[in-house]
Design a protein around this ligand. Structure first.
Ligand code: PXP
Length: 244
């Protein structure tokens, strides 16, 4: 029997194009609907402190209109927890955030800051949402995430993706096996296992081949392809690669 990995489509860069002109279009709320028509299992957005792409209006409207599953990535700050409380997405993914970064660089250091993150996880779960934590493929971080009560982890696939696309030197298979190893450990610890960052139509199969991974969150490469073929088609093509 065939099975497919859950595809969370990250639509931040639809909003990046909008913000480039401080214009009303393209609207990420419309993008979410097209992504769902193309077979997205969920919609993911990252609301950042600097609001460089997604803003509160987007999260509010997405929470009211997404038909599948809404995952909001955010830093564990009071401001962001307030937005979660107001908008009530289905899931929050806690991520680290540095103002000067181009994109999320590395996972959260749960082992180094367990109490603050445990408090954020408890607060979000109390609000009625599930909570994922974005982590590097490091066994120490996986054990720490299980201890603070997270429902899910999202393994950072950036190094795997960068080596596979020759943006970083080193054997891609070594990086793939690191992701596979922590996926197994997380699954054994009772965590749901997602992965993402930097994945493309070319390298995604290496992640689909890891049986413990049940969800992939993919943004930039889908939006890049959508500029040529449209978002619905771009999502459909990616979803077709997620069959096991
Ligand atoms: N997962 C997390 C936690 C992210 O921060 C991002 C980027 O916003 C992604 C997945 C998607 O990465 P990409 O846009 O490179 O596919």
């Amino acid at each position: 029997m065939s099975d497919t990995v859950f595809l969370g489509v990250n639509i931040d860069h639809i909003a990046t194009v909008r913000q480039a002109r401080l214009a009303p279009e393209p609207d990420p709320v419309q993008a979410a609907a097209f992504a769902e028509l193309g077979g997205a299992d969920g919609i993911t957005v990252h609301i950042r402190a600097d609001r460089r792409h997604i803003n509160e209006r987007d999260v509010q409207l997405l929470a009211a209109t997404v038909k599948t599953h809404l995952n909001v990535e955010m830093a564990a700050t009071e401001e962001m927890l307030g937005i979660a409380r107001d908008c009530k997405p289905d899931n929050v993914t806690l991520v680290p955030e540095r103002p000067e970064e181009v994109t999320t660089e590395g996972g959260l250091d749960v082992a180094g800051d367990p109490q603050r993150l445990a408090d954020a996880v408890a607060a979000l779960r109390e609000m009625g949402m599930t909570v994922a934590i974005f982590l590097d493929p490091d066994p120490i971080q996986i054990a720490a995430a299980a201890e603070i009560g997270a429902d899910q982890i999202e393994i950072n696939t950036a190094v795997y993706a960068d080596t596979s696309e020759n943006r970083k030197p080193g054997p891609t298979e070594t990086e793939r096996l690191k992701v596979a190893d922590v996926a197994q450990r997380a699954h054994a610890a009772g965590l749901r296992v997602a992965a993402g960052h930097g994945l493309t139509y070319r390298n995604v199969r290496g992640m689909v081949d890891i049986p413990e991974i049940i969800e992939l969150n993919i943004g930039h490469n889908i939006v890049a392809r959508a500029t040529f073929v449209g978002l619905e088609a771009a999502v459909r093509e990616m979803k077709a690669l997620l069959v096991r």
